[in-house]
Design a protein around this ligand. Structure first.
Ligand code: NAD
Length: 362
């Protein structure tokens, strides 16, 4: 029987529409091959929504997302909207989407593909075989804690305030995602905090240690965030799954991403307790190359694969897409961001066509 899925597409800004077009074509082919039917509903978000509706996340967009099986997001933002007041910035729409869908866990794989080892800025022997997954808490911590704002002090001087706060239940629910993700991988979980300085981190560490008793098959370690940043560059292969708070995860997942050499290759998933997840590339809207057919669509396509795996429970479809990505790279096809000697330089559209061909031969 045909499985039917309603997918909300948020193409956003910059290269967003170009890479989304490739992912949609890939999904259509996979659908036809595996008897899956996708109903795509497009909605405005980010700068495109600000221009059309005056706000980065219109209520109708959030409603459409809530009424879908999964959300595929490309990228939002650009120079044009950078000077708007904070509540009107594209990024505010992203925070609203995460909060509105209760997406508290962000999964970011950083895996070195053998074809792209030399794209890393680190030495081959350091990065070869790296396969890390960073589980980042997404709806708490210093990005949301109260009080926040810029306040005048008694002397008239301004004071900026943000509050890093986590409750035990917030820590436990992301901790469980960390342990359960580690169980599906190498059974090694490294919890990253700053417990030597921050009370909120001491509570984080206490809860992770307590949770570990429920997951005896997972080897838990703790690391301070400054050391974790250093170890990611020194010996990244020591990591399997990392679980950490919102701010630390934001920074560490970008550092882990760069081990792979190209931000254009990295997908991510954001999941809640129930309801649709949001799947998006790690990179931004790349306004410097927008509209020039230069974008690498593979992170977007791999995000669609994560959507099939984590939200739609279609691992065979996800496997086929990942295999097609491998095939096009094996064939020597490269976009500019991952280009190296003796490879074939393709634009975004041509990379999409190569993927479709590869899918037909999987
Ligand atoms: P960026 O990721 O957009 O670009 C950084 C560099 O990587 C640029 O040189 C860009 O050309 C390149 N790049 C990124 N994705 C690529 C791809 N798929 N193929 C080839 N090259 C690619 O980051 P930035 O320049 O710091 O930010 C640009 C805009 O994107 C800003 O407005 C920022 O706020 C926004 N942004 C959005 C998201 C999101 O939508 N989740 C994430 C990060 C940044």
């Amino acid at each position: 029987m045909t499985q039917h899925y309603r997918i909300t597409l948020l193409s956003g800004d910059g290269i967003g529409p170009e890479i989304m077009a490739v992912a949609v074509e890939v999904l259509k082919v996979i659908g036809a091959q595996l008897d899956l039917s996708f109903e795509f509903q497009e909605a405005l978000m980010g700068g495109a929504a600000i221009d059309a509706k005056g706000e980065p996340l219109p209520a109708e967009t959030l409603d459409l997302c809530k009424n879908s099986d999964a959300v595929l997001l490309a990228a939002i933002g650009g120079y044009k909207w950078d000077t708007l007041p904070r509540h009107l910035r594209p990024e505010t729409g992203l925070l609203g989407l995460r909060a509105g869908l209760g997406l508290f866990a962000n999964l970011r794989p950083a895996k070195i593909l053998p074809q792209l080892v030399d794209a890393s800025s680190l030495k081959r022997e350091i990065v070869e075989g790296v396969d890390i997954l960073v589980v980042r808490e997404l709806t708490g911590g210093v990005y949301f804690g109260q009080p926040k704002g810029i306040f005048a002090t008694e002397t008239g001087e301004k004071r900026g305030v943000n509050t890093m706060a986590y409750t035990e239940s917030e820590i436990d629910r992301i901790g469980r995602v960390g342990f359960e993700t580690a169980q599906k991988r190498g059974n090694k979980l490294c919890s990253v905090d700053k417990a030597n300085v921050l009370e909120v981190s001491q509570l984080w560490r206490d809860r992770m240690t307590a949770l570990a008793t429920e997951y005896p098959d997972v080897e838990l370690s703790h690391m301070y965030v400054d050391n974790a940043a250093m170890q990611l560059l020194r010996y990244p292969k020591q990591f399997d799954t990392i679980v950490t708070s919102n701010l630390f995860g934001d920074i560490l997942s970008d550092a882990a991403a760069m081990l792979t050499g190209s931000i254009g290759m990295l997908p991510s998933a954001s999941l809640g307790a129930s309801g649709p997840g949001v799947f998006e590339p790690v990179h931004g809207s790349a306004p410097d190359i927008a509209g020039q057919d230069k974008a690498n669509p593979l992170a977007q396509v791999l995000s669609a694969a994560m959507m099939l795996r984590y939200s739609l429970n279609q691992p065979a479809a996800a496997d086929r897409i990942e295999q097609a990505v491998n095939t096009v790279l094996d064939q020597g096809n490269r976009t500019g961001d991952i280009m190296s000697n003796e490879m074939t330089l393709l634009g975004c559209k041509a990379m999409g066509e190569a993927l479709i061909q590869a899918l037909h031969s999987v």
